[in-house]
Design a protein around this ligand. Structure first.
Ligand code: ZN
Length: 190
């Protein structure tokens, strides 16, 4: 389950031909904007004395985080709890086919921080993606509250203690299921 930490996005080289701006140029510009926005959010959080615990590397992932924190009090509360922890949470919306609506994996410990990665399936409707993000952020908080988790074996021990195995190498907690319902209600109530 251990994956390499997500690095910076590979920004395509600028290819400028006479009379034709390559699409790569537009993509690079969008990615630069996303990184700029992420930096602005981090700067704002720093100004308020809080660390920004979430990292996004695509405009789409950033948009999900921004939408979710705007519409959901529960998501904001979870992000605040993560900000006070040693967790860095990489959030990724992906069309890559995987078995779940969302997934949280432990990535690594480095520089005094623990890194987890949340993947949210991009094939769902935006509101469903927000509920799934909330659910996975609750799992991140569960890891944040368990300083002994430093890899897959200790993560499995934690999940066996606070949750239950649903199938091989897959766990669920009642708290995360409750967060899904809460966020769904917040989204519907708008
Ligand atoms: Zn879950």
């Amino acid at each position: 389950m251990t994956a390499a930490p997500a690095g910076q996005p590979r920004i395509p080289p600028r290819i400028v031909r006479p009379g034709a701006f390559a699409p790569a140029f537009a993509l690079a510009a969008r990615l630069s904007l996303a990184l700029l926005l992420a930096t602005a959010a981090a700067a704002q959080a720093a100004e308020q004395g809080a660390r920004n615990p979430l990292r996004t590397f695509t405009p789409r992932s950033l948009a999900l985080v921004q939408d979710a924190t705007r519409v959901s009090e529960t998501v904001r509360r979870l992000v605040d709890r993560l900000a006070a922890s040693d967790l860095v949470v990489l959030v990724e919306v992906t069309d890559e086919r995987f078995e779940y609506a969302g997934r949280t994996n432990f990535v690594t410990c480095a520089g005094g921080f623990r890194y987890v990665r949340i993947r949210v399936s991009g094939v769902m409707k935006p509101w469903d993606q927000i509920a799934v993000l909330g659910h996975e952020l609750q799992h991140a908080v569960e890891v944040a509250d368990a300083p002994e988790v430093a890899g897959d074996p200790t993560l499995a021990q934690l999940m066996t203690r606070i949750g239950r195995a649903t199938r091989k190498l897959n766990y669920e907690t009642d708290a995360a299921i409750a967060v899904t319902r809460q966020v769904e209600a917040e989204v519907r109530g708008r």
